[in-house]
Design a protein around this ligand. Structure first.
Ligand code: SF4
Length: 233
């Protein structure tokens, strides 16, 4: 399989900071350790994602358990779509121009494909829209037209601590159509991909001073490294 350069998480990392993108790919050993709070947020995200699949029952789960399975998932996704084998796919994989995405839920309705991305959050942020826009870019350019793109997020009735206790998930998640907000972002996505790929070709990390962007939208995991670097100057 052609080795991918950017996934949706590395793409979003690059939007936040090109130095973080570079370090993550070339110097991953410099990363700070994850805090217990960050680990808890990741676990919650995974749990919400798998629970939200129950909103679209009867699908096939293609979730890759390791990078070694990516090729298999990409091929299976193509076969299933081509053969109309299932109308609902969880974690379907798509690749285009060395960009790789796995979509939470893909649904065929009335002969056309609808994408659903699930977020463990009570609202849609600009970062979620960029994430969806990147996925839309990769999926449609890989050859699958998408009729619509939805972000699925938690309603205020959802209490994360009670996730295991709910019988009916329907009222706990909101499905919001974001296609009209991600289409105007497609030019930005294309240009940002070029910037990020160029950054990954550098032979040392770009000189980017620390600032508010180190915490927005997420606390960067190279804060320790960049702080030590700044102190040495
Ligand atoms: S700590 Fe700040 S400057 Fe350093 S890589 Fe992260 S976001 Fe970039």
């Amino acid at each position: 399989m052609e080795k991918h350069e950017l996934s949706k998480s590395t793409f979003i990392r690059g939007v936040q900071c090109l130095k973080s993108l570079y370090l993550n790919k070339k110097r991953p050993f410099l990363r700070d350790k994850l805090s217990p709070e960050q680990l808890a947020i990741f676990r919650r995200g995974h749990k919400v994602g798998s629970l939200a699949q129950k909103l679209f029952p009867g699908g096939v789960d293609l979730g890759a358990r390791s990078p070694a399975q990516y090729r298999k998932v990409l091929d299976l996704t193509q076969q299933i779509i081509k053969n109309n084998a299932y109308d609902i796919l969880y974690e379907a994989g798509f690749q285009f121009d060395r960009l790789l995405v796995f979509l939470d839920i893909l649904v065929r309705e009335n002969g056309s494909w609808h994408a659903y991305e699930v977020k463990s959050s009570y609202k849609i942020s600009n970062t979620f829209l960029l994430d969806a826009a990147f996925q839309y870019y990769v999926i449609t350019n890989s050859g699958l037209p998408l009729e619509d793109f939805y972000i699925v997020y938690a309603s205020e009735d959802l209490v994360y601590e009670k996730l295991d206790e709910y019988d009916n998930l329907e009222p706990l998640f909101i499905r919001e159509n974001v296609l009209d907000r991600i289409l105007p972002l497609q030019d930005f996505i294309k240009e940002q991909i070029i910037r990020e790929k160029e950054t990954l070709l550098l032979d040392k990390s770009p000189e980017i001073p620390m600032g508010p962007h180190c915490y927005d939208p997420y606390p960067c995991d190279f804060i320790g490294h960049c702080t030590r670097q700044a102190q040495r100057k």
